[in-house]
Ligand binder design. Structure first.
Ligand code: ZN
Length: 468
């Protein structure tokens, strides 16, 4: 049986400072090696201090993934040498004396299958290596420590996945969950990274590293299963090893024989004391947690009679569900949910467009209102929405500027209907035998008014003129 486990690294991008020092957690804007201090570059004599907010975010993630939170947590040094790691050890968590990581023994259900979460740990991100030079031979490696010490939460699953599709579904759910909790911004480059390990029947565990996107992890896992299966089929043993994902060729390549956990010589980080967690404080964090995606979805369906499909799409996207929450009331909720999911999501389909979006919740409330009171047709509403997205103008300005108001004035409409009757004599004559022909005439009136005629009134007037 194929067994796949994941290690997901999530940067806590919403924090002000790094995990153990006052440098900025958001390192992306800085010139290389300017967002650093003696603590995060590991100068002798410097002492780390734990960021309380990072601890809280780690707690919230653990709670959301149904993990147990211990009474006390501790930190460990994971020893290894690599140029991006200035101290030659990474401060992380490790359950050497029972569970002392921020979370353990959690679970999350994906399409009826339970995925167990082994451990959630707080740790620091290393720095970054940057490769420059035009060819392999002239290439030089630069190191930038701005990222060193950035707060990370690592989520380690049990090897409960059986195929790449389950991996993809899990990662999608996890991205939505982390975004909904307000702890990370998945759209930021490098904010979410994942490693996988794959073993098939009769083979050793192979770790896949260096996968830069969640999308590629599914591909990497798929490639690895195929590679291992072909070895086993030919009677060649699958080695215990770490393989790198080659982003360009979309294959995994052998990197080194895998270190086991004991090779890292974990030992307690003596510079950070054990931290006792106050159950009341944890309860307080729990009470303040945002509503979960599944509870939001259920509420949208039961309270507002929104279809399950629309509720699903809306609840899993924090950006749009926040907009919905601010715009709706009991009566217009369904209409607003439909405007967002059928039109707005299409107009604003990239992160860049989200940033530039000029629309505010009041626009949505106004738009639902004019649709529900029949002051504007749905096709005109869509045109108005597009204009608001681009300009941020008020709905009433947009309606008058683009002349989108309904033709619901009876005499004006009556005149247009008379023209249509004159132009389509054949259809008019057919009505007695084929009453449904009247819909054709309604269509013609809509065409003439560019979709602005009130369809109910149009039908009523046509019937009055032609049938009675
Ligand atoms: Zn620092």
């Amino acid at each position: 049986m194929t067994k796949i486990g994941l290690e997901i690294h999530c940067q806590l991008t919403k924090l002000e400072s790094k995990l153990f020092c006052p440098c900025k957690a958001d390192y992306r804007e800085f010139e290389p090696n300017t967002n650093i201090c003696p603590i995060c570059i590991g100068l002798p004599g410097s002492l780390p201090r734990l960021n309380k907010k990072a601890l809280e975010k780690g707690t919230v993630i653990s709670l959301a993934l149904n993990c147990k939170i211990p009474e006390k947590i501790s930190f460990y040094r994971k020893n290894y040498f690599y140029p991006d790691l200035p101290k030659n050890y990474q401060i992380t968590q490790f359950d050497a004396y029972g569970p002392t990581s921020i979370g353990s023994n959690g679970k999350i259900s994906i399409e009826g299958k339970e995925i167990r979460i082994r451990r959630i740990q707080l740790e620091e991100d290393p720095g970054r290596l940057i490769y420059e030079g035009s060819s392999e031979k002239t290439q030089i490696t630069l190191v930038d420590y701005n990222r060193a010490g950035t707060p990370l939460v690592e989520i380690v699953t049990e090897p409960d996945f059986e195929n790449p599709k389950q991996v993809r579904i899990f990662l999608n759910i996890l991205v939505d969950l982390l975004e909904n909790l307000g702890v990370s911004e998945p759209a930021l480059e490098g904010a979410l990274r994942a490693d996988g390990n794959v073993s098939i029947e009769g083979g050793n565990k192979v770790e896949i590293k260096n996968v830069t996107s969640f999308h590629d992890l599914e591909k990497a896992v798929h490639f690895e299963i195929t590679r291992q299966q072909s070895l086993v089929d030919r009677g060649i043993p699958v080695e215990l090893e770490t393989r790198q994902w080659d982003d360009r060729r979309k294959i995994t390549v052998s990197a080194r024989s895998k270190e086991e956990e004991q090779d890292y010589r974990y030992f307690l980080e003596g510079d950070i004391p054990w931290v006792t967690l106050d159950p009341q404080h944890i309860q307080g964090l729990k009470n303040k947690m945002p509503e979960s995606i599944s509870s939001k979805r259920d509420r949208y369906v039961t309270q507002y009679n929104i279809t399950e499909q629309v509720a699903d799409v809306l609840s899993s996207d924090k950006f749009y569900s926040d907009l919905f929450e601010q715009a709706h009331n009991e009566t217009n909720a369904k209409e607003i949910a439909n405007i967002i999911t059928t039109d707005l999501m299409g107009f604003v389909d990239t992160n860049e467009k989200r940033q530039k979006l000029k629309l505010n919740p009041q626009h949505l409330t106004d738009l639902a209102n004019v649709i529900m009171t029949n002051k504007i047709t749905r096709s005109s509403a869509k045109i108005a929405l597009q204009e608001i997205v681009n300009t941020g103008k008020s709905l009433s300005d947009v309606i008058s500027e683009l002349d989108l108001g309904h033709v619901s004035d009876e005499s004006a409409l009556s005149e247009i209907i008379n023209q249509v009757i004159k132009e389509h004599g054949n259809a008019v004559n057919e009505i007695k035998e084929k009453p449904e022909t009247i819909n054709f005439l309604v269509g013609k009136v809509m065409q003439k008014t560019k979709g602005k005629a009130d369809p109910t009134l149009t039908l009523e007037l046509l019937k009055k003129k032609l049938i009675s």
